[in-house]
Ligand binder design. Sequence first.
Ligand code: FAD
Ligand code: SF4
Length: 499
Amino acid sequence: MSKKDSPKPKGKPTTSVKKSRPTRPPRVKMNEQPPAIRVKNFEEVPFGLTPEQARLEASRCLQCKRPKCVEGCPVQVQIPDFIALIAEGKFVEAACKIKETNVLPAVCGRVCPQETQCEATCILGRRHEPVAIGYLERFCADFERLGGHVELPKKAKPNGKKVAIVGSGPSGLTVAGDLALLGYQVTIFEAFHKGGGVLVYGIPEFRLPKEIVEKEIHYLERLGVEIKYNHVIGKCKTINELLTRDGFDAVFIGVGAGLPRFMNIPGENLNGVYSANEYLTRSNLMKAYLFPDYNTPVIKGSKVIVVGGGNVAMDCARTALRLGANKVTLVYRRAREQMPARAEEVHHAEEEGIIFKLLANPVEIIGDEQGNVCRVKCQNYTLGEPDASGRRRPIPIENSFFELEADLVIIAIGNNANPLIPQSTKEIKTNKWGNIITDPIGRTSMKRVYAAGDIVTGAATVISAMGGGRLAAKAIHFDLMGVSDPMITTACQLPKEDE
Ligand code: FAD
Ligand code: SF4
């Protein structure tokens, strides 16, 4: 008789023996600067994990046979493998494992929205808090960098092909790294005097120290990538000239979406109104927060209004606070749960005392006799039915106007594609928003020219730009060398060799 068939004992059971699940330590908490101190400096807010914390957190991972976390990662970092190495205390090996698929681990560990990607799909997260994958990624990249010796992966022999990359943001850096490893001679042309794209001119020091981006770029240079700064392609030379006169076999375009969007309301040309791009570029790239030691000043408002609800808006608001503002108000036309900013950034901004004026939008910026901004007239909003983005549509409420005092207004409502390259290269087709049109693996309408990142998708995320870059690198390798890869076969369903 099987156990299942055996008769149940009569009467009340005296004790029920329940099998308890193994207990898991709670998710690790990262130490950080207290809000009252950090609003007075530009130093990084979280301190990172200690080796003991990292190993403890790594021990929470279930080492799933079918790890959902990898599916949630746009560049398919082999997450359980690197976590297993951390659990064994092999931190440098863990960093090398990540770098097999991600050339910017210290950056991604800091700025990726893990809560909507790998951590959102983590199987442990179904019953407990998910593994802190982002913290662990940051930990091993930092451990390797601070140890002073960053390992270089094995490179293929030079294959005699030259590729030009336009733009040194995350998409361009990814293509450069992948192709350098495959034996290509890679040259990046960058418009600014520093590399990294938004990572250096947009995201502030207190979220992503610039030294880290510099080190990641140095790593690419050690791989043999050449970077030519102060080269605005479309002005100093065209894409056609790169292909014909300069002899590049292929060109990758990763110029981002750097054209600021405005609201088109009265008063946007007053003194004291900045686009988020100008405000952050002055502060980050030109080091305005260290003025007069550095040459570029920026208006340091006392009553600051930031318009928008994304990462860019949070960065502007928190920068204004650190530059000495008494009151910073963020005006956003939707509700809090619809804010596109990372949850951690919203949390940090609130802790630091940023005031959220939600379901409201400016209708006019009002100036004084000297043409300086002094007030912002706003209107209250309510939420209607979901729009094309799936979020409930914000609807203005009639006659619900109010005014906020302001001496600095920063517009952070998004960016459009930079038109310079398509204007100077008519063969490259764009959509109605000016974004370059590509096939699923980054080929543009012009032969031997590829594109990815924000210039293709519109303003998105670091990791999606890197994911697009990775596919484009594989497409270039396929087109120039005839070497296929399962990733591009899946993306564009190329016929298999034996079909
Ligand atoms: P970019 O990073 O924009 O880089 C493009 C590069 O091309 C720049 O260096 C530019 O100077 C150069 N360039 C432009 N035109 C030319 C030309 N004609 N010739 C030569 N070079 C040229 N994403 C996240 O995942 N997490 C975050 O926390 C986050 N925070 C953000 C905060 C801010 C303030 C901003 C603006 C964006 C943020 N993002 C964040 C979005 C993310 O940074 C971008 O999606 C990503 O950087 C896009 O990468 P990219 O390679 O397409 O272009
Ligand atoms: Fe570990 Fe979560 Fe990935 Fe499973 S899904 S391997 S628990 S990180």
